[in-house]
Structures are given as structure tokens and as C-alpha cells.
Design a protein around this ligand. Sequence first.
Ligand code: GAP
Length: 449
Amino acid sequence: MEELVALSKRRGFVFQSADIYGGLQGIYDYGPLGVELKNNLKAAWWRAMVYERDDIEGLDAAIITNQKILRYSGHEATFSDPLVDCRNCKSRWRADHLKEAKCPGCGSKDLTEPRPFNLMFKTGIGPVDDGSSFAYLRPETAQAIFTNFKNVVDSTSRRPPFGIAQIGKAFRNEITPRNFVFRVREFEQMELEFFVPPGTDEEWHRTWVEARLDWWVQQGVPRDRLELYYVPEKDLSHYSKATVDVMYRFPHGLEELEGIANRTDFDLGSHSKNQDELSLRAKVMANVDSNTRLAIQDIESKKWVVPYVIEPSAGVDRGVLAVMNEAYRVEKLENGTERIVMGFKPHLAPIKVAVLPLKRNHEGIMNKAVAIKQMLQKLGLGRILFEDTGNIGKGYRRHDEVGTPLCVTVDFDTIEKDDTVTVRDRDSMQQERIAVSGLSAYVTNRIAG
Ligand code: GAP
């Protein structure tokens, strides 16, 4: 973990937020390479969920959330962690994270009894600051998918089985944020709510677990580094009938990367006016504020059916950490030196191709390198970097360390002899001469193929 944290800062993947003011605990900023990696991971998820399937729609809902949504979702009452105070040093800890009944800070055994601590952030709405008009920062992106269910159904004519996908920020006032971007207070989720006819939910749950495992493998996380954890009934969230967690071997241990829950009709039901069709689970709180029926009417029988929901919910930041951890390797070279390589899958690499002119002060080489950069940029594969530091060897090392799959060097032969460039492969370190006329096709094939 220390090596990843150091590399993240050194190369511009992740920075401690507000570090010039001493930082803000559990909050991180993504740097020039981090933002590319994160965007690429999110784009891969969106591609797999929305573009490559024909049964999922997208959504981008607001972060600031009406209080009532989180009342009826059950979050006001139950979205809490057990908190203990150390009476000696006044620090606070999550009771379920303590290995022994003593303070990890000062070692004192003088701890308070655990009490529930609600994790939701509140924010004031409007100009009157008397505490009466507040909203929440959403603790999961899911709720706005449920509250927009009717809007999406009415505007797209979808019928179950179908899903609504969303990527966005979520906020939790974690008692003890830790392990770099693993447990933070501001993070991003990639969530799918997949609505299915009741009775088909268990089958769909199994289907989604398999689909999500496959997707993580495609992102470069080997199957043997992932485990499935069937959450015991006593530990299930208030909305869940069954949850399977995809666990990954993070540097600090085996922990949850993604949760895949069977939320039944709990959420659509609890945001709806009371209706007979609901299962008992969804009738826990009679909704006196909603006049809406979040259900589907059967065209022939005219009966209303409240779909069940299968929810694969992945953390973007945990995904970035997992992908970086898998990509990181240190190789011993024949000449006795070492190189650090981030072996990202090409579709995730922050920089796809670096274009390096052999000589900085040579106008012909510089112009040609700029033209090649612009040509490759137009392919729409992601970031192509023009880098005129002039030291090719150092450039290759730097790009190994940030995971750039290909480096293209423009030299004298390019402009004086045969209009070819040297293309150097990150993993094999092999170099080959490629004609500039065929370079776009070559690069497209290597990066997107
Ligand atoms: N809508 C369901 C839901 O939010 P969750 O298991 O609480 O379920 C889903 O969260 C995913 O969000 C987790 O598997 C994890 O990847 C990510 N996540 C949750 N809390 C997080 C935190 N404090 N920091 C970073 N990621 C977090």
C-alpha cells in the first residue's frame, strides 16, 4: 500500500485533499493521471451496462437529496455504524472494527457503550439557517433511481426485466476512514438497479453475480484474487433479502469491492403510496407523503406488479485501488537495474500513447511529432501525450511507471528516410518500425482491439 500511495502522489494519480492546509481526513483528490484512470474505469462500466446491452437505461440524478427520500428509504432510521468513545483520549472508533475492547489510539480500556451514529451528511437548503430546512448528501446513488422509476418507465416504455444505471458521488461520514481510497467520506459508486418480475429475482441475482465477476476480470483483476462472500442474514442491510459481496485481496486484506443485493420490492414499495401488491417487507413504513405508485400494470389483467430489484453496486475508488494494485509490478532487468511497470489493460491506461521527438531543437522532428500526436488524438481512444523532454530512455521508464502501453519515437529516419517511427511496447519493451501511414490502424488495433 505504501508503494501505491507514494507512486500515486509522485506521478499524479491521487493526492490527499487540502494537503496544503493539513488535509481533510477521508477525502482525496484525483490528479492528472488519476482522473483519466477513473474516467476510463467508469466508461468501461457504462459501456458494459448501457451500450453493450439492450435492457438498461442511464440516469444522472442530483446529489442533494430530499429528506423524505431518505426517511422512507429507511436510511434516517437505520443507516448507522456503532460508535464508541474513548473516555481517556476522546477519540472515536467503530465498535465493530475494534479487535479488542481497548482504544487503538491510547490503549485505554475506558470505552463508552456502542451507540448508533448516522453516517449521512446534512446540508442547509435556502437562505434561512435555522436547521429546519435541510437536505442530505446522498449516501448511495440508488435512491434517485427508485424515485425516478415512473419517470423512466413513462419516458422509455420499459417493462421488467430492465435496469437503470447510474454513476456518481456518494457521501458517508465514516467514523474511521482508512486504507487510502478504500474507506473514504466522499466516493463514487457505479450502481445498477435491475427490475425483475417477482419470483425471477433469485435467478437474476445469480446471473448478475457471474456477470460482475467477469467484468472485474476484464478490468485486469484475476478471478483467483476475487472471492464471493454470502452475507449472513443477521448482517444484511435493512433492504436486503440476500447479498453477495465480491471480495478482493486489497493490500490491507480481503475486503468488499462490490455488493450485489436482492433488494426485493422494498424500495419501490416504501416510496409508493400503500398498496396491496407489496410484500410484507416493503410495508414496514406506511408512506403518508407519496401519492405515486411505483409499479407496472399488467396490460391484460390490469393487475399492478411491484418489480423486485437486483442491485450490483461497485465502488469506483475501490475499483481504482484494485486495478492499480493488480497493475503494479517491479521487474529486474538484465543490466541489473529495476523498472516499475503499471501493466494496465490498454482501455484503462491513463495515457494511451506517448509521442516522443528524438531531438527537441530539431524543427522537422518536432513538427512531425506534433502532427503525429494530433493524428492519433483524433482516433478518440483517450489521451495521447506529446512529450518533448528529449531523453528517450527516461521517457520510456516514466511511461512504464504510469502504464502507457505504447511510446512512439520520431527520429531522423522518420523525416529524412522512410516516414516510419519506432513503436515501443510497454510490456515486452520490444521496438518495431511502423510506417506513419499505417500508424493509426496499428494503434487502434493495439489499444481498442
Ligand atoms: N446501494 C447499495 C450500497 O450503497 P454498499 O455496500 O453500502 O451498498 C456499495 O456500497 C459499494 O460502494 C461498496 O461495495 C464499496 O465499493 C463502495 N463504498 C461504500 N462505502 C464506501 C466508502 N466509505 N469508501 C469507498 N467506497 C465505499
